[in-house]
Every structure is written in structure tokens, then in C-alpha cells.
Design a protein around this ligand. Structure first.
Ligand code: ATP
Ligand code: TZE
Ligand code: MG
Length: 273
């Protein structure tokens, strides 16, 4: 069970304020689709993104990053060694790293790659319902490419068992974002449905989780729930000005950049499940 007495609004604001104050360096090894939105999301939140993935420069760079985000969206065999080495370097340097197992159930190649990455001790795993179910059950098939064919609430048990097996915090995005450490489960119900019509919003919230975890790795559960809620609030405020997905993309980034304490304290919706 989650902690129903937690001051989630205060916790979420503290994480955002710390990211703005410390501007953590977040290394992203991510897909070609998401690079722009992910980097701009991190900048709007006050973090410092770097999209570096060359195997040759990881030993110099990764140990100095405050967090690492690995996303397998446009995976090919030649990218996998860099993802694995970066994860190993992050762990060896005591830095948190976050895995986004995009379309984990789309093919055996992708599922095996994601399972190998899970074995390298991510701090947090964030996926949609179908991705978390595919990873937890080690099964290929039950997915619609990078989109989910499951409600996030269908993935609660899969998320708990994946969290227990991997010792990572597991988050499932959707209408209600589910966050679990294998025992506690909380739901974050901020956000608007049109966020699903913008490609790479999921990838970008995974990067935001990385920035939040960077400023307090010992509270990865709280950081993950807070990042999902804050990103959802930016979507809610952005939606008031948006005419469709393209303008929501712009207004979401502007709203994240401009979020103030009063809005965060009144809009955060995180509770025990
Ligand atoms: N029905 C919904 N209502 C409100 N917010 C939603 C809804 N569905 C998704 N979201 C929000 O949209 C963001 C992206 O979540 P989604 O589950 O679509 O990720 P994803 O499938 O991994 O996306 P992508 O692969 O395009 O990056 C999250 O912040 C999530 O909370
Ligand atoms: C559309 C798409 N295809 C591979 S990765 C990606 C971005 C959303 O996950
Ligand atoms: Mg995704």
C-alpha cells in the first residue's frame, strides 16, 4: 500500500525546485523520434540534457552525468553495447539510471535486449501497460507497436512482480500512472488524453523521471511519482491553450517551464492504490 499520509504535493514541488536549482546533467541514449521533445522537456524543467551514445566516449562521459536515461525505441544491434556499457558505468559510479522499454513485446530481439538491460539494475523502469506486461511475463505479442493495448490499471500486478524481481521502481503510464516498489503502489492521475496523440510524451516523461531521481536517488519512488504528476499538470495547463496535438506539444513545454508552486500544490493528484 502507498502512504496515504504523504504530502505528495509538497514532495513534488520540492523535486521540481531542486531540479531547477541544481540543473542535473542527464545523459540520454534514446530513439531518433524522441530526441528533440525529450531534450526540450528536460530543459523546460531546468535540467541539462545530453544525447550522447557513442561507445567510445562513454567511459569519459557517463560517470560524470547525474543520471542516465536509456530508451530502446529505435533499437538496432549496434546500439545495444553502448546502452549496456552506459548502464554499467552509471551503476559503477553510483549514479541512478532509468530504462524505457519501448515496445518491449514487439519482437524477441527487443524483449531479450530489454531483459538484459533490466539485469543491469536500473533504478526505475517506466513503460506503458503493454510494455510492462510484456517485460514482466517475458512474452512477445501483446502490444500495438510503441502504443499500449492495455489500460495501466491492467498492469498493476505485472508492475509489482517486475519491481520485486528487478529491485527497480516500476512505473506504468496511462490515464492513471501507476508507481510501485513491489510493495507500495500509488496512482498519479494528472494529465490529459491528448498527450497520447503526441509522439514521445512517454519517452519524455521517462527523461523527466531521470532528472528527478538525479537530485535525490535515495527517494526514487517519490521522484518517479512526482515527475509523472508534474508532467501531467503541464499537460493539463497546456491543454487550456491548445487546439490539437501540435499546439499541445508547444504549450506543454511552456507550461512545464512556467509551473509555479501554487499550481503544483493545488493540482498534484497522487494517492495510494
Ligand atoms: N488517458 C490519459 N489521460 C491522461 N493522461 C494520459 C493518458 N494516457 C497517457 N497519459 C499521459 O501521457 C504521457 C505518455 O504516456 P503514454 O502511456 O502514452 O506513454 P507511451 O505509450 O510510452 O508514449 P510514447 O511511446 O509515445 O513515448 C504520460 O505522462 C501519461 O501520464
Ligand atoms: C513512434 C516511435 N517508433 C519507435 S520509437 C517511437 C517514439 C515513441 O515511442
Ligand atoms: Mg513509450
Amino acid at each position: 500500500m502507498g502512504d496515504s499520509s504523504a504530502d505528495w504535493a509538497g514532495i513534488s514541488w520540492t523535486f521540481l525546485a531542486e531540479v531547477r536549482r541544481r540543473s542535473p546533467l542527464v545523459q540520454c541514449i534514446t530513439n531518433f523520434v524522441s530526441m528533440d521533445l525529450m531534450a526540450n522537456t528536460l530543459l523546460a524543467a531546468g535540467a541539462s540534457p545530453a544525447m550522447l551514445h557513442s561507445l567510445q566516449e562513454l567511459p569519459d562521459f557517463t560517470p560524470n552525468a547525474d543520471a542516465l536515461c536509456v530508451n530502446v525505441g529505435t533499437l538496432t544491434a549496434d546500439w545495444l553495447p553502448a546502452m549496456k556499457l552506459a548502464a554499467e558505468l552509471a551503476v559503477r559510479s553510483g549514479r541512478p539510471w532509468v530504462l524505457d522499454p519501448v515496445a518491449a513485446g514487439a519482437s524477441g530481439f527487443r524483449l531479450n535486449a530489454c531483459r538484459a538491460l533490466v539485469g543491469l539494475k536500473p533504478t526505475v523502469i517506466r513503460g506503458n501497460g503493454s510494455e510492462i506486461i510484456a517485460l514482466a511475463n517475458a512474452s512477445v505479442g501483446s502490444t500495438k507497436g510503441v502504443d499500449s493495448s492495455h489500460d495501466s490499471k491492467d498492469a498493476v500486478e505485472a508492475a509489482k512482480s517486475l519491481a520485486q524481481a528487478s529491485e527497480a521502481i516500476v512505473a506504468v503510464s496511462g490515464a492513471v500512472d501507476i508507481i510501485t516498489d513491489g510493495k507500495r503502489v500509488v496512482g498519479a492521475s494528472n494529465g490529459v488524453p491528448m498527450m497520447q496523440n503526441i509522439t514521445a510524451t512517454g519517452c519524455s516523461v521517462t527523461a523527466l523521471i531521470s532528472a528527478f531521481v538525479a537530485v535525490d536517488p535515495s527517494r526514487a519512488f517519490e521522484a518517479t511519482a512526482s515527475a509523472l504528476s508534474i508532467f501531467g499538470i503541464a499537460g493539463e495547463i497546456g491543454m487550456e491553450m491548445a487546439k490539437g496535438p501540435a499546439s499541445l506539444r508547444m504549450h506543454l513545454i511552456d507550461s512545464l517551464y512556467g509551473l509555479d508552486q501554487a499550481a503544483v500544490l493545488s493540482f498534484v493528484k497522487i494517492s495510494s492504490i
